[in-house]
Design a protein around this ligand. Structure first.
Ligand code: AMP
Length: 509
């Protein structure tokens, strides 16, 4: 085992001992969470060292750049620290429902992230509350890549052998991503946190920017804890509170009506991500029924059953108490001929062959072929029965991680390699500038065109003298007027601004 793997395994062992302590911590955390939700403001530093500033506007500390994406709960912007010039991702939370003040989702995300500190979990640097709006802004360490964009790169550059020399994602990258992802999951689960919304766009990867510490280069970070829960606390199904999350990564027990989220739902989602890294398309891409409530997502289950076969109570006894199984909703209990199950191995290999470039002549390029052990691990992560499904710790002990190429600290480069295996393009961003008329009304600069530079797309430069090159962009604190103008701009931008969330819409990838 290489030294990185040894280090990680030692960390895992330490984690086992931590788990004993973490039960107490989780109770403490729940109490803090309740208190925090009541206060809706905070102060001081804690846990991983993030601070909550209630007095200063986020734009006193950061220079705003372009829009990175749009999450379920708000917008994410690229920004630079005015003090250090360091890069950050700033997430703006929309206010809660009328009169509710700061969104409880945001409070939850802050509380959970402040308590967690692990190299494979995104670091929350600071939180800023603007009481007058009210609005809440979270500043995270900036990650240049995410799995959604990396997968998309291979898909969009299928025949571009210069930039995509292996055709598909090489084994080293897939294995290292999975190793990091499972380490982050194992840490979270040992601390009683279940993510509940794992999908490729929520798994970030640090770039190799000179400003980023070399130890962080190519390091995977689990992000977006807005739907995360401490899993001892009863969690209502997401569908109950009208939250839209993609169903493609949803575990079968949830699809069949289970009302409690366990660690196993994250492992299922990670298993789906594993397959997607290999085949470049979601493994189970069902059409979502938009009816509110806990409706049976029949098409999603159909997609799963076609590959894994129709489940039975012999291997999954708890099926008998799952609401949709009990009610036989949409005849889910009646086995159909097409639910024989093609098997994971052939489904994955067939999808890989279909995704491979023409130069591979119908084969999977050699560096990308998953060995049997890889599919074996995937099938352990996609076990129907949540109680026998591999835990993150068990997955990390799997033989696949001990065979060559072994996972390393940097997803992009094999240890000691002079060059990255693949040069992925930097994160795309969307223009976020106030149109001149609105800007004039708001008293701001506005009317900027979007710079095309790949290096620093749409980002104000490092701190400089007032009015100098570093002073372009909105920066310097958003007034109420200018935020209204920004909202006008968002409305004008239309669907483009929503691009990244379209992955939640079946058929949109
Ligand atoms: P979220 O609301 O967390 O789902 O974020 C919306 C989009 O912003 C996601 O697709 C992420 O890839 C991106 N994003 C979130 N956090 C970061 C970060 N720390 N660095 C860079 N991009 C991020």
């Amino acid at each position: 085992m290489n030294s990185f793997a040894q280090q990680q395994q030692q960390q895992l062992l330490r984690g086992h001992y931590d788990a004993i302590r973490s039960q107490q911590q989780s109770q403490q955390l729940q109490a803090q969470q309740t208190q925090q939700a009541q206060q809706q403001t905070g102060g001081g530093a804690n846990g991983t060292g993030s601070t909550i500033a209630t007095s200063s506007s986020v734009w006193d500390k950061f220079e705003k750049g372009d829009k990175i994406g749009e999450g379920t709960y708000g917008l994410v912007y690229h920004a630079r620290s005015k003090e250090t010039g360091g890069r950050y991702a700033i997430k703006q939370f929309k206010g809660g429902r009328e009169g509710d003040g700061v969104s409880p989702t945001a409070i939850r995300e802050i509380m959970l992230l402040r308590e967690m500190g692990h190299p494979n979990i995104v670091k929350l640097e600071s939180a800023h509350i603007n009481h007058s709006e009210p609005s809440l802004w979270l500043a995270f360490e900036y990650a240049e890549y995410d799995l959604y964009e990396m997968i998309k790169f291979h898909r969009d550059n299928k025949e571009n052998r210069r930039d995509n020399p292996f055709g598909l994602m090489p084994q080293y990258i897939v294995k290292t991503v999975m190793w990091h992802l499972l380490n982050g999951l194992s840490y979270m689960h040992q601390h009683w946190v279940v993510h509940r919304d794992l999908k490729p766009s929520n798994v970030l990867v640090m770039g190799e920017d000179p400003a980023v510490s070399p130890a962080q280069h190519g390091c995977v970070k689990i992000a977006d804890f807005g739907l995360a829960r401490i899993f001892q606390a009863p969690a209502r199904p997401l569908s109950d509170n009208g939250v839209v999350v993609t169903i493609w990564y949803r575990a079968p027990e949830l699809l069949l009506g289970a009302r409690h989220y366990t660690r196993a739902v994250d492992v299922w989602a990670a298993g789906c991500i594993f397959a997607e890294l290999l085949t470049l398309k979601p493994l189970f891409q069902g059409q979502e029924r938009k009816t509110p409530g806990n409706v049976l997502q029949a098409d999603q289950l159909d997609k799963i059953f076609r590959v894994l076969g129709h489940p039975g109570i012999k291997s999954w006894p708890e099926l008998e108490v799952l609401p949709h199984w009990v009610d036989n909703t949409d005849n889910v209990r009646v086995r159909r001929p097409e639910w024989g199950g093609t098997g994971l191995h052939s489904a994955v290999l067939e999808a890989m062959r279909a995704a491979a470039p023409s130069w591979a002549q119908g084969h999977v390029p050699q560096e990308c072929v998953p060995p049997r052990e890889a599919i074996d691990l995937m099938s352990r992560m996609l076990d129907y029965n949540p109680s026998t499904r591999a835990t993150a710790e068990e997955a990390l002990r799997h033989e696949w991680f001990r065979t060559d190429p072994k996972p390393g600290p940097n997803v992009f480069r094999m240890p000691g390699a002079a060059a990255p295996l693949v040069r992925y393009p930097r994160r795309p961003m969307t223009l976020d500038r106030i149109p001149p008329a609105a800007a004039a009304a708001a008293g701001g600069p506005g009317g900027q065109t979007h710079p095309q530079s790949h290096q620093d797309a749409g980002l104000p430069g490092p701190p400089g003298p007032p009015g100098g090159p570093g002073a372009r962009g909105l920066g310097g604190g958003l007034s109420r007027g200018s935020s209204q103008a920004a909202a006008m701009l968002a409305a004008q931008q239309g669907p483009q601004g929503k691009r990244r969330r379209m992955e939640n819409v079946p058929g949109f990838r």
